[in-house]
Ligand binder design. Structure first.
Ligand code: ZN
Length: 282
């Protein structure tokens, strides 16, 4: 399936406070003929790639079992060098860091990804740190998220989050490839593999999205992990961090592509899936 099979939605979130944004130049229109050109608003909206959070499909579609890959990784990686997601058939956890894409399978190992592999759901950006912090105190996942929250300029923006740290403990998971008819994600994760790492260095890669995007992405933090030698990792369920360096990239533009065929057309979206989300994320 290629780009022609995707409907493209574009939401731009205006921010006025941060520097380096000299007005939107309409450069989205160069990337796809399906997008209407956007005039320079002069309102301080950033249009460069490092400020664009690019997403394929919605979290609710994934929660409802829409797992067919719709975008090849070869295209996804033109939208970012950093991010997370999954693969066709929900086969493993995706993590992109410094331009390298990995597939963490149910053995916990991070495999290289080929450009022909496809994704049903992914979020990527070109990572450029806007804020960075040194974390000296040990912190569990809740405490780490609370610390990061304290340092956000606003809870209403989207952030790419990177934490390079030393961890005394990390609990991570990956999900096996699903067969049709696809189960809901809350049921699919009942077959997940869970890995525990102890005394390991590595990188947390993910995003923090605002509460108001419920249904579109995971409100709050969604983090994946990869070891320092980039050999293993998973979707983070729990952790104990000793110390580390955190960086936030404010992504003030949000660009979402929706599958224009297949299960996405018929799935009933817009339901309250909070209970499912909790089963999947914890
Ligand atoms: Zn995940």
């Amino acid at each position: 399936m290629n780009k022609k099979n995707l409907i493209i939605f574009l939401i731009l979130l205006s921010v006025t406070f941060f520097s380096g944004c000299t007005g939107f130049t309409g450069n989205f229109s160069e990337k796809s003929g399906n997008i209407e050109s956007i005039e320079d608003s002069g309102s301080g909206i950033c249009g460069n790639d490092s400020e664009v959070l690019y997403q394929v499909s919605t979290i609710d579609a994934l929660l409802q079992g829409v797992y067919d890959g719709v975008l090849p990784v070869a295209e996804l990686e033109t939208h970012g060098d950093f991010g997370i997601g999954t693969f066709d058939g929900l086969e493993g956890e995706m993590l992109a860091l410094n331009g390298s894409y990995y597939q963490i399978k149910t053995d916990g190992i991070a495999y290289p990804v080929s450009g022909e592999m496809t994704t049903p759901f992914a979020t990527v950006t070109y990572f450029e740190a806007d804020e960075s912090f040194r974390l000296e105190e040990p912190a569990n996942l809740t405490e780490l998220e609370a610390f990061l929250d304290l340092n956000l300029p606003s809870e209403n923006l989207f952030y790419a989050v990177r934490v390079d740290g030393d961890f005394s403990y990390i609990k991570a998971r990956s999900v096996p490839r699903q067969e049709k008819p696809y189960p809901k994600l809350a049921d699919a994760v009942s077959t997940q593999s869970v890995f525990e790492f102890e005394n390991i260095s590595g990188t947390l890669v993910g995003f923090r999205t605002p509460e108001y995007v419920k249904g579109v992405n995971v409100p709050g933090y969604h983090l994946h992990f990869i070891t320092e030698d980039r050999s293993a990792g998973g979707h983070v369920l729990d952790l104990e961090m000793e110390s580390g360096d955190a960086a936030l990239d404010i992504t003030s533009a949000f660009f979402m592509e929706l599958p224009a065929s297949g299960d996405f057309y018929n799935v009933e979206l817009g339901q309250d899936l909070q209970a499912d989300m909790e089963k999947v994320e914890k």
